[in-house]
Write a protein that binds this ligand. Sequence first.
Ligand code: AMP
Ligand code: ZN
Length: 478
Amino acid sequence: MALHLFNSLSRRIEEFVPIEPNRLGPDGRPYVGLYCCGPTVYDYGHIGNFRTFVFADLVRRHLDFRGYSVRAVMNITDVEDKIIRRVRESGRPLHEFTRTYEDAFLGDLKILNCLTGEMPRATEHIGDIIALIQKLEQRGLAYKTADGSMWFSIDKYQGCGCRYGVLKTIDFSQMRAGERVAADEYEKEAAADFALWKARVPDDGEVAWDSPWGPGRPGWHIECSAMSMALLGPSFDLHLGGEDLAFPHHEDEIAQSEGAAVQTEGHPFVKYWLHGSHLLVEGKKMSKTLGNFFTLRDLTSKGFGGREVRQLLLSAHYRETFNFTLDGLAGARSALTRIDECIDKLTQLAGGESASADKGLVDAFTEAMDNDLNVARAWGIVFDWVRETNRQLASKTLTPVQAASALAAWKQIDTVLGLGPRPESEVPAALLALAQERVAAKKARDFARADQIREQVRAAGWMIEDTAAGPKLKPLSP
Ligand code: AMP
Ligand code: ZN
């Protein structure tokens, strides 16, 4: 089966065929261009945001696994309404303010083992943004208001035979001609002319650039149109984001990019639009506004690792909402322990043997993921395999070569899941120090202290296992 993905444009699952099927990437494999709307760097991201970014990472990893050469771009939104407000409140210069959160974001991506690609910043593409607005102006789709702001005319766009409302059905009877919306984020379905360039106002402080229309700053939507096309060309394969971005952000991106008519005849701006569903907390979207959020820092300070958060975020299909709970995270910990223990035993049995990957296992996993990234099925395959492998290990019916073949298959599968090996560093440093202190206590025959440390470590959710190579810490299964 070929790879199939749900395309928000057609609202159905379609076979994935690159927009330029004969184009090859630098490594000689078929080329795919992928853009994911990146973070707005005004605060630490919450794990709802990271559900979307881990989903984008999964798409990219699966495309790579299926033989594509992926050029992955994720922008950094480093100027928009919320940022300007926070810059004003903080009294810090724009770049200094945004860099703090950009660095935190990159650190979080690393903790979650997300691959990074090109990450253009909006403030470094002001020239491309202005050029794109000028194209829209030349085509009669952009107009200026007295204050020096530029707007996108939905009426004129529709008049050119283009359709506004391809990702969301718009009720045009609610729309008053010429009505404008200045905010970067606005009400759903409230179609109105939106800002391409916002004239400088006193509240903007130092945040302004010169333009043919006077000093100002770009609207959020035009930033993504300009950056994606600057790096990936006027037409590319995949555009990703969370479901809340479909309207108005992505709808506006399509209108601006196709309105500029820079694509070759018959080619869309983007062939496949993929949207990830929200992470919920007690049935409500995890969001800064509702205050029901956890940052990655919140969870690591509770002793959870990035790998556990990643496993949890990847446990549900990307088009299904799911509730975040700490119990769910503890479940991810025990799921990983089951996999890790099986891999440990297979590694011991395989010794130095090498073998080609167990094709049955890899094929079953591939088929599940090719079906619109059916992770529920894929995890089912992984855990059935773990159970069956444990049974064979217990009954000693597995040979070293078979163990090596299973390990080779897992290695391939994990290029997609991205869990990586159990990192020793995920054990909190304080606990590692306690484990060492316990070794010293036992040497000194201070068994009371050694037991006390064991209990202390256990209370923190870890178990000390004494091995020939020294103490090993394992997370306690809940
Ligand atoms: P922002 O930094 O606010 O621009 O958001 C970054 C990404 O996170 C966007 O793709 C949003 O759609 C996504 N997002 C925001 N909240 C959630 C959530 N609760 N669950 C999943 N994705 C989310
Ligand atoms: Zn965007």
